[in-house]
Design a binder for this molecule. Structure first.
Ligand code: 0X9
Ligand code: ZN
Length: 307
């Protein structure tokens, strides 16, 4: 069973989901969806209730966009654990929906942050870029999507943390998410991307302060998550559009998913911890991921009853 006592490496995460697929072949499938720049296997896990019905609606969730946000893959793994191992209790979330989950979008960055203190605060991918004769690494995967790309809150400088990349979808990792979003078109109801930190439930837009026409639907789902967490633990999440509640930043995956047809698209910023905010001690993982699951479960229930 999944351990919430420590952070997993990317290899352990892949091994964990493959083991679930082997143990629960009727309900769990693992797919290789591509490779990272450095050649790591990027895999999704699809969770169903095993009734064999095809083309159900889909909740698509990912984690590990930003390398240093270790609590994100940990929380995503806990959701997987609950949907698979605690299947009976969560059967309503799987009756008319399949879940497609990508635990680590940016494994090169994630592994890099596990190589020592100096690398711990890495955010971006690891593809090299030369700029004024100097080599710097990586683009910000959450500034690399082709929707108002590089218009706001992103940088043209490869040596900066919010580098948008030389062009939209310059990174393997973001192409993989893009292709999944398009593959799921028509079935994809909610896109959930897990980041840290700051306790936010954010919805489009992040490229403009304007709200989409359907913002009340987005707000209702996000608020269901925030309310459930508050009732269970007293932790307060701020709910609103990315631009209005956090800051303006274009080219992110949430705006792209919404533009690509997911009616609900939410970025969840989990609680912070440790000296930098990005490094909650391992002793906090259990508390944070169980609380996060309460919020995600509530949002999923809202989606399942609404769509
Ligand atoms: O800046 C980001 O990419 C996200 N925050 S983080 O601290 N995890 O880096 C927020 C993204 C919110 N969405 C948009 N701006 N579209
Ligand atoms: Zn992030």
């Amino acid at each position: 069973r999944l351990s919430t006592e420590r952070y997993y490496s990317h290899g352990e995460i892949n091994a964990y989901i493959e083991d679930l697929a082997e143990r629960y072949p009727a309900r769990v499938a693992v797919q290789q969806v591509g490779k990272s720049y450095e050649g790591r296997d990027i895999k999704t896990i699809t969770i169903s209730n095993g009734d064999g019905r095809k083309n159900k609606n889909v909740i698509f969730m990912d984690g590990g966009f930003h390398a240093r946000e270790w609590i994100s893959p940990a929380a995503v793994l806990y959701v997987i654990d609950q949907l698979v191992e605690n299947f009976e209790e969560n059967s309503a979330l799987l009756a008319d929906y399949d879940w497609v989950i990508l635990p680590v979008v940016n494994p090169d960055g994630y592994e890099h942050t596990q190589t020592g203190t100096l690398a711990r605060m890495w955010r971006k991918t690891r593809k090299p870029y030369t700029y004024l004769g100097k080599t710097c690494y990586g683009a910000d995967p959450n500034r690399n999507f082709d929707f108002h790309w590089n218009e706001e809150g992103a940088s043209n400088n490869p040596c900066v943390d919010t580098y948008a990349g030389p062009k939209a979808f310059s990174e393997n990792e973001t192409m993989i998410v893009r292709d999944l979003l398009h593959f799921l078109k028509g079935r994809g109801v909610m896109y959930l991307t897990i980041h840290s930190y700051g306790n936010y439930l954010l919805y489009p837009w992040g490229w403009t302060a304007d709200l989409p026409e359907t913002w009340p639907d987005l707000d209702e789902v996000a608020r269901a998550g925030g309310d459930a967490i508050y009732e269970a633990t007293g932790t307060v999440y701020s709910v609103g559009s990315s631009t209005n509640v956090l800051y303006i930043a274009a080219g992110a995956s949430d705006d792209y998913a919404f533009y690509a047809g997911f009616p609900i698209s939410i970025t969840m910023e989990l609680p912070g911890g440790g000296l930098t905010g990005f490094d909650p001690p391992a002793s906090k993982i259990d508390q944070f991921v169980t609380e996060t699951w309460i919020g995600i479960r509530a949002m999923a229930h809202k989606v399942v009853e609404k769509y």
